[in-house]
Write a protein that binds this ligand. Structure first.
Ligand code: DUC
Ligand code: ZN
Length: 452
């Protein structure tokens, strides 16, 4: 039995074409007009709809440990919620475990996800200051199919600069890509000490206590180290326009630097921290200004930033409200399910991005950067049959009640979007259609990356 999607506007790397797409045994076997179907085939009419490669959310934290235990979304609820928003693959994070090698830690994470994920998945391996790493560790990960390593420049887990340099020199050999949470720790500590002294501890101080300059300084420092060693780097959740401009300048000078931003930095501002229950909007880096939003959109338009991701790290409102200072409240928001609707509606429908640019940011570029291409990220013969069908006319008012994350709320509450996913297909299986989640059991698989 085949799954055949008929008459859609298929977004390929060569542009949008009117075509059918046929999937057999989980893999795309044909593209073309009037493809033949048989009685047993599952046929979907996509007339008037966009047929996209399944969205890849390359930055999620499902089932992440924190001071309260774990995030609201585990692998099951997180992947279900993502599927209802058109995501077919996500990339989560594996943390090093005490007494285990990096690969063993990753295998542990993978074993815990096995049988629970509705979507295909992959991992960035975290490299922290508390866990030693060697070239052999990285080579083991490479052989296993892990192409990206995540480093924090802030928090207790941060990696000091000398260790970052050691890591960058090693990946020059292994070909892995190091991705960075860029906030300068010294600056953040000194700002926060000052705020504490002045008794400015409320949630309304969240953005000011982790200011623009902290991201800018960290990005500058990382670019300088990467330039010296001559390796590419990737910056996660870029939140400031200035960091984006600095990355653009480095690119113009020939440096390989890549990056992502997230819908919350494009659509919300730090004014949210003045609202009631402002903890709902707390994440790091914090929300910024309208000027930053403009520059981030520009960064996506010009290709300075290649990816759109969510940093999905969900807590319930009750969990969020347990702490009411900007130093303690839990950081992280739900996002996977609203990634495509928000970026289509605000990006494509409002003329800021073309549909091809959006697909590049949501699927093709993350697949290429993290070694999953061409298995993922593209509609082409031989690729996995991961497809998202989007109805460009469908209007939805986003509300936490109707979304599927265990967080039970969305920071985008009340936003009206035009353009919404109406089907999510994972390797030929329809797992979401017309508002109904259809997967009977979690059949997601770990996907290995090719390392350059
Ligand atoms: N910031 C992070 O760095 N990680 C998860 C959540 C958040 O807000
Ligand atoms: Zn994150």
């Amino acid at each position: 039995m085949a799954t055949v999607i008929k008459n859609g506007n298929v977004v390929t790397e060569q542009g949008v074409i009117k075509s059918d797409v046929k999937i057999v045994n989980g893999v795309i076997t044909a593209l073309g007009v009037d493809l033949e179907t048989s009685k047993e085939d599952q046929v979907i009419d996509a007339s008037g709809k966009f047929v996209l490669p399944g969205v890849i959310d390359a930055h999620t934290h499902y089932n992440m440990a924190n001071q309260l235990g774990v995030t609201a979304d585990d692998v099951e609820s997180g992947s279900k919620s993502a599927a209802c928003g058109g995501v077919t693959t996500y990339i989560d994070f594996a943390s090093p475990l005490e007494g285990k090698s990096l690969l063993e830690s990753l295998l542990d994470k993978q074993a815990n996800a096995e049988g629970h994920s509705y979507l295909d998945y992959h991992y960035h391996m975290e490299i922290t200051g508390q866990h030693d790493f060697s070239l052999e560790d990285l080579q083991q990960l490479t052989r296993y199919g892990i192409s990206s390593l995540k480093v924090y420049t802030t928090y207790a887990d941060r990696l000091p600069d000398d260790q970052i340099k050691k890591l960058l020199a090693m990946v020059k050999e292994t070909g892995q890509l190091v991705i960075f949470h860029a906030e300068d720790d010294d600056l953040i500590v000194s700002f926060r000490e000052e705020f504490q002294k002045q008794n400015k501890t409320g949630v309304e101080y969240h953005a000011e206590s982790r200011p623009h300059i902290a991201e800018v300084k960290a990005v500058q420092n990382l670019l300088a180290m990467a330039k010296e060693i001559d390796v590419p780097i990737y910056i996660v959740h870029v939140s400031t326009g200035e960091a984006c401009q600095i990355m653009k300048k480095a690119q113009e000078e020939g440096q390989k630097v890549y990056g992502e931003t997230c819908p919350h930095y494009l659509l919300l501002t730090a004014d949210c921290y003045k609202k009631e229950q402002a903890q709902r909007y707390m994440m790091t880096p914090p929300l910024r200004t309208e000027k930053d939003q403009e520059l981030l959109w520009k960064g996506l338009q010009e290709g300075t930033l290649q990816c759109l991701t969510t940093d999905h790290c969900s807590y319930t409102v009750e969990q969020k409200l347990q702490f009411n200072t900007c130093f303690k409240a839990l950081n992280g928001i739900p996002g996977s399910e609203t990634l495509l609707p928000l970026t289509y509606s605000e990006g494509v429908a409002k003329g800021r991005l073309s549909i091809e640019q959006l697909v590049a940011c949501l699927a093709t570029n993350p697949a290429k950067l993290f070694g999953l291409y061409p298995q993922k990220g593209v509609i082409g013969v031989g690729s996995d049959g991961d497809i998202t069908i989007l109805d460009p006319e469908k209007e939805v008012i986003l509300t936490g009640e109707k979304l599927h994350s265990a967080a039970g709320y969305t920071p985008f509450e009340g936003i009206k979007v035009k353009g919404y996913p109406v089907a999510t297909i994972l390797r030929g299986n329809i797992i979401y259609q017309d508002g109904e989640f259809l997967a009977e059991k979690p059949q997601g698989r770990f996907v290995k990356a090719r390392v350059k």
